[in-house]
Design a protein around this ligand. Structure first.
Ligand SMILES: NC(=O)c1ccc[n+]([C@@H]2O[C@H](COP(=O)([O-])OP(=O)(O)OC[C@H]3O[C@@H](n4cnc5c(N)ncnc54)[C@H](OP(=O)(O)O)[C@@H]3O)[C@@H](O)[C@H]2O)c1
Ligand SMILES: [Zn+2]
Ligand SMILES: [Zn+2]
Length: 397
C-alpha cells in the first residue's frame, strides 16, 4: 500500500511527505520528536523537531505505557534520513522503548499497571504463519509491522489505519501485549532499553547458531558500535573467546573492558594476517558499505559470517574462497518476542548492559550525526523522555 501524500523521487528510493490528521475519537494526542518532512529545496530531510502525533486508545489486549527511555539505533537515521528509501514523513524514530505501564485492556494478562515494559522493533505480525507460530514473528510470511514507518497491517496496532506507525521518541505509546516484553524487577531501566534492539539483534543469531548452550567457540564481532558492543558482552558472558574486529585501533581497550580477549584492526594488513583462519563465526554489524572480502579470511574452514548491518550496496564475493573452505555467509534480523524476553532476562541475570550516553530529545539531531559519522564510540545514546518533556524549548506548540 503506497502512503497517501506527496511522493518524492530519491536515489535511495522514493520517500513521502504526508500530513498527519488530528486524533480520531479512538486516539489521543501525544508529544513526539520527528523528522517532519523531506525538504525538496534543500534536497534533504528537515532536522528533528517536536510535533503532535495521535496514539490509539487501548483495546482489550493493548498496553499503554508512559515512555521513560528510548534508545537510538543506527537504523533510526538510516530510515529517517531516507538512506534506505521509503521513509514516510513525519518520521518518529526509536525502536528501543522502555516505559511504565499506565493502562491495560481487560484481556491483558502479561503485564499490570505499574510494571516496567519494553517494546522493540516490531509491534504486529500475522501470528498465524509458520514463522510466527515458531516464535520468529520478525520473519512473518505476511510481513511484520515495524515500530516505526510501517503501515498498520494485522489489526493489533489500533487507531487511524491511514497513518503509519510512530516510534518511541515520544511521551507514551500503546502496543498489543504480544509485542510487549516484561522488564524484570530490579533491572536498571536507564540502561535496559538498547537491549530491545541492539541486544536482541545479537542474541538471536547467537542462539540460532548454537552458541547459548553449545560448545565454546571463537566468536568475532565486527563493528564496535551499539550492536557490536552488545555482541561482545553477550558472547563473552556465554564463555566464548571473543575477538573484536574494528576499523579503529583506539577501540582496543574499550573492547577488552567489555569482554573481548582478542582484537583485530582491519586497517592493518598485519593484524588481519595474524588472525586469518582463527574464527568460527563472525557477527558483522558494520553500518556502512564495506568489502566483505577483507573479513572472510578471518574465518576458519566451515566458518560463518552473519550479516547484520543495514547495508544496501551489494557485495562482490570470490566464490572459490567460500568453496575451498566451505564458508557460509548468512544474515539475521532482530529476533522474535520469545527471544526478546529471553535476552532481557539473560542480561538482567548476568548484569549485562550497554554503555550508554543519556541525552534529551533536543540532542537527537547531534546523536544521529554522530552515528552517521561513525562517532558512536561503542556507546548507545538513550533519550531521557521525562527530562525531554520538561524542556519547554523543545516541545510542540
Ligand atoms: N539485523 C538487524 O536486525 C539490525 C538491527 C538493528 C540495527 N541494524 C543495523 O546494524 C548496523 C549497526 O547498528 P548500530 O546501531 O550498532 O550502529 P553504530 O553504533 O553506528 O555502529 C556501527 C559500527 O560499524 C563500524 N563502521 C561504520 N562505518 C564503517 C565502515 N565504513 N567500514 C567498516 N566499519 C564501519 C563502526 O565500528 P568500528 O569503529 O569498530 O569499526 C561503527 O561503530 C546499522 O546498519 C543498523 O541499521 C540491523
Ligand atoms: Zn535497531
Ligand atoms: Zn506471520
Amino acid at each position: 500500500m503506497e502512503p497517501k501524500g506527496e511522493k518524492i523521487d530519491h536515489p535511495a528510493g522514493a520517500c513521502y511527505n504526508t500530513a498527519l490528521p488530528p486524533p480520531l475519537e479512538d486516539e489521543y494526542k501525544e508529544v513526539a520528536w520527528a523528522v517532519p518532512a523531506f525538504d525538496k529545496e534543500a534536497n534533504a530531510p528537515r532536522p528533528i523537531e517536536p510535533i503532535w502525533i495521535a496514539r490509539p486508545k487501548i483495546g482489550p489486549h493493548q498496553v499503554r505505557f508512559e515512555m521513560l527511555y528510548c534508545g537510538v539505533c543506527h537504523s533510526d537515521p538510516s530510515c529517517g534520513l531516507n538512506e534506505w528509501g521509503g521513509c514516510v514523513y513525519p518520521f518518529v524514530g526509536g525502536h528501543e522503548l522502555l516505559g511504565k505501564c499506565i493502562e491495560v485492556g481487560e484481556g491483558v494478562t502479561k503485564v499490570q499497571v505499574g510494571d516496567y515494559v519494553g517494546v522493540g522493533c516490531m509491534v504486529d505480525s500475522c501470528l498465524e504463519c509458520e514463522y510466527c507460530k515458531s516464535d520468529e514473528e520478525q520473519y512473518c510470511a505476511n510481513g511484520m509491522t515495524m515500530t516505526w514507518n510501517s503501515p498498520k497491517t494485522h489489526g493489533r496496532v489500533l487507531g487511524n489505519p491511514e497513518t503509519h506507525t510512530h516510534g518511541g521518541y515520544s511521551g507514551s505509546s500503546v502496543t498489543h501485549e504480544h509485542f510487549v516484553v516484561k522488564i524484570p524487577e530490579g533491572m536498571d531501566i536507564q540502561r535496559a532499553a538498547p537491549i530491545l534492539c541492539a541486544g536482541i539483534t545479537l542474541w538471536d543469531p547467537i542462539r540460532y547458531h548454537g552458541l547459548v548452550d553449545g560448545p565454546k567457540k571463537v566468536v568475532g564481532v565486527c563493528g564496535l558500535g551499539g550492536l557490536g558492543t552488545m555482541g561482545v558482552k553477550i558472547a563473552s558472558a556465554l564463555g566464548h573467546k571473543v575477538v573484536a574486529i574494528s576499523t579503529s585501533a583506539s577501540k582496543e581497550s574499550m573492547a577488552k573492558e567489555k569482554g573481548a580477549t582478542g582484537f583485530v584492526v582491519t586497517k592493518s594488513e598485519e593484524s588481519l594476517k595474524a588472525n586469518a583462519g582463527t574464527m568460527d563465526i563472525i557477527f558483522n554489524t558494520i553500518s556502512a558499505d564495506h568489502d566483505i572480502n577483507t573479513y572472510l579470511p578471518l574465518l576458519k574452514t566451515n566458518g560463518i559470517m552473519v550479516m547484520l548491518g543495514g547495508v544496501t550496496k551489494p557485495h562482490t564475493i570470490y566464490q572459490m574462497g567460500l568453496m575451498f573452505q566451505r564458508k557460509t555467509i548468512t544474515g539475521s534480523l532482530i529476533g522474535g518476542m520469545k527471544a526478546t524476553q529471553e535476552v532481557i532476562d539473560f542480561c538482567h541475570k548476568h548484569n549485562i548492559y550497554p554503555d550508554i550516553k543519556m541525552i534529551k530529545a533536543k540532542d537527537l539531531n547531534e546523536a544521529w550525526k554522530a552515528l552517521c559519522e561513525g562517532k558512536g564510540d561503542g556507546v548507545r545514546f538513550v533519550v531521557d523522555i521525562k527530562a525531554s518533556l520538561q524542556d519547554e524549548s523543545f516541545l510542540p506548540k
